[in-house]
Design a protein around this ligand. Structure first.
Ligand code: 1CP
Length: 348
């Protein structure tokens, strides 16, 4: 595959780059008026995710506005609980809800690993996104495919929604009946592995695992209930799709950067509460780091953003094995012109 811009892929090698490649977690989304218009046209959020042409449309929206070095397939991590029949819905301006959360042993007994073909609409979206990026055989920027981690998916599957109390229902199950949580994690591990493999086969150039809630676990719990499954998923993918770099984001697990690197991740995404220089010391020189600007910057002003970028890149070598990004997803109140300010400050 030929790329017009392959800076992002070169950040997975030891090459020194002219400036860090940059893309932003959740770069397509509600902060963009054109995204809100496409979502309204599609009907609902899952209708948007189920339409490859709408997915490609919103994929391109941030690329048209900003000089970004990667694109991420438009989808959501909750496609897997949906395929498991847990009754996913999204209201306008609301987070996800599952009608049938896994809150009893009998519900977990009934849990089945879906056939990966039930997620064909996601693989079709990957292929359509890749086509939308490509002209005359040249792809503009690399395409990232993604999945939730087994633990983070389990948080939603047990809780039935997002959480204001660090997923207490899930953690209570972990404390009282670790065997039950481990059955959910084993089911998730199997489908996540196949799901990522199929995204790579459909055209994703890089894969990312979102362990967004791994940080609610203490370090030993994190190893047992999250990182162990990530390690096995990475090992399986390295056999099945060996040339595809893998990025791991365990938000709030800055204590385990070295362990995530040792688990085989090609890149570790760093959250905004962690320090990049410290992460570099923990991860070593042969792992790529991605992150970690505070998403709140996108609700401040251009001078504040310029200062934050200068300070970060003065204290940290951003030209080798580093991908600039946010330390968590863009929020709906981010100002589109400040996204431009951040991207331009990083590039210069
Ligand atoms: O940049 C892009 O193109 C965004 C694609 C994308 C990704 C990578 C979306 C679209 N969701 C995700 C991943 C995702 N989804 C994560 C991991 C990343 C992270 O930690 O930020 C998580 C935790 C979710 C779950 C989810 N989906 C939430 C959070 C719920 C909570 O716990 O509070 C929400 C609000 C969604 C819906 C969603 N997904 C994506 C968008 C644009 C939206 C908003 C839906 C809408 O239009 O109303």
């Amino acid at each position: 595959m030929k790329f017009a811009n392959d800076l992002f892929l070169r950040a997975f090698t030891d090459e020194r780059l002219p400036h860090p490649p940059v893309w932003l977690l959740r770069q397509a989304g509600r902060y963009l008026p054109e995204y809100r218009a496409t979502r309204a046209k599609a009907g609902g959020f899952m209708d948007l995710c189920r339409s490859p042409s709408f997915c490609a449309e919103v994929l391109l929206q941030p690329l048209a506005r900003y000089q970004l070095d990667a694109a991420i397939v438009f989808s959501d991590i909750l496609t897997i609980p949906d395929a498991m029949g847990l009754g996913l819905s999204f209201g306008v301006g609301e987070g996800p809800r599952l009608a049938r959360p896994l809150q009893s042993e009998s519900a977990i007994d009934a849990l089945r690993v879906p056939d990966v073909s039930t997620l064909q609409y996601v693989f079709d979206a990957v292929a359509e996104c890749r086509r939308a990026l490509t002209r005359d055989g040249v792809q503009s920027v690399p395409l990232i495919g993604f999945s939730g981690s087994p633990f983070t998916l389990a948080c939603y599957m047990v809780e039935g929604a997002g959480s204001q109390n660090d997923f207490a229902t899930t953690r209570r199950m972990m404390l009282q009946r670790p065997d039950l949580l481990e059955r959910v994690l084993a089911a998730n591990e199997q489908i996540v592995t196949d799901y990522l493999e199929q995204q790579a086969r459909a055209g994703a150039n890089v894969l990312m695992l979102f362990d967004s809630w791994g940080g609610v676990l203490a370090p030993l719990q994190y190893e047992r209930f999250s990182l162990s499954s990530l390690r096995r998923i990475i090992a399986a993918l390295k056999l099945r799709v060996p040339d595809v770099p893998i990025i791991v984001f365990s938000k709030g697990a800055g204590h385990s950067v070295a362990a995530i690197a040792a688990a085989g991740a090609d890149a570790v995404h760093i959250d905004w509460q962690s320090d990049l220089s410290r992460a570099r010391a923990d991860a070593g020189e042969s792992v790529t780091l991605q992150g970690n600007f505070d998403p709140l910057l996108l609700t401040t002003d251009a001078a504040t953003i310029q200062r934050a970028v200068s300070e970060t890149l003065a204290s940290f070598d951003g030209k080798r094995r580093y991908i600039a990004n946010l330390g968590h997803g863009i929020t709906p109140d981010a100002q589109p012109e400040l996204v431009a300010a951040l991207v331009n400050a990083i590039r210069s």
